[in-house]
Design a protein around this ligand. Structure first.
Ligand SMILES: [Zn+2]
Length: 231
């Protein structure tokens, strides 16, 4: 079993354990982007994906969530413990330095999967929010064009269809080894891929109380504290 360790982090992360968060730039509305992991870490995951893509493995298929036809659960790749350890590290050493406490309830569990975009796999992804309080999204490869991730601002269930302010619109161009992380309820979509294939590791960080709060608000139509809607 592969254990997550600092050898999976880009070299200058090792100089001072307290400066991991310095690798990220703020792109607005609680969205951060930066290089954190090595190419070897990306390849370790990609190698498992490639093994899984062998025709013989097709029968083992289970769709990771309703949004993606072509997503693969990390548990199916035997990478559950590695990704759980990485998520624990990420929340403790990076997210906690950059995001306000209110955005970071205790981690009760993760749902993690690989998304694959190409002209023959998922081509794009429609406007949605994630089933998470925080989403970590790592790009695993290069050599693709298009497929940018576009954000449109954080909303409660009641204001989910409201327009985005110009300041809320943020476009992220994926780069191998770079992570974008964001509040799970920051609405987003993926533009169509133009060329090549893009593989990303997605981690939904989940908290049971936040999950209930979201569904209660859907029923009561009460606005939640993280909602950025202003009329
Ligand atoms: Zn609201």
């Amino acid at each position: 079993m592969t254990i997550f360790s600092t050898k999976h982090l880009v070299p200058d992360c090792r100089l001072d354990g307290t400066i991991y968060s310095g690798h990220f730039s703020a792109l607005g509305d609680g969205i951060y982007h930066g290089q954190l992991v090595t190419d070897q870490f990306c390849d370790l995951i990609l190698d498992r994906v490639k093994q899984h893509e062998n025709p013989g493995a097709k029968d083992l298929y289970k769709r990771a969530n309703s949004m993606h036809q072509e997503a693969i659960l990390v548990d199916q790749l035997g990478l559950g413990p590695l990704i759980q350890a990485f998520s624990n590290f990420f929340l403790k050493d990076i997210a906690s330095e950059l995001l306000p406490d209110v955005y970071l309830p205790p981690l009760d569990g993760i749902h993690s999967y690989i998304v694959r975009y190409s002209k023959s796999l998922d081509h794009d992804l429609g406007f949605h929010v994630d089933d998470s309080f925080l989403t970590i999204n790592l790009c695993l490869n290069d050599s693709f064009k298009g497929s940018e991730l576009v954000f449109e601002g954080t909303r409660c269930p009641c204001h989910i269809e409201t327009p985005a302010a110009d300041s809320e619109r943020t476009c992220v161009v994926h780069k191998r080894g770079y992570i974008v992380f964001h509040h799970g309820k920051n609405r987003h979509y993926v533009r169509g891929i133009v060329d090549g294939e893009r593989y990303n590791l997605i981690i939904w960080c989940q908290n049971n109380a936040e999950y209930s709060r979201w569904f209660d608000a859907s029923r009561t139509r009460a606005c939640l504290d993280f909602c950025n809607y202003s009329s």
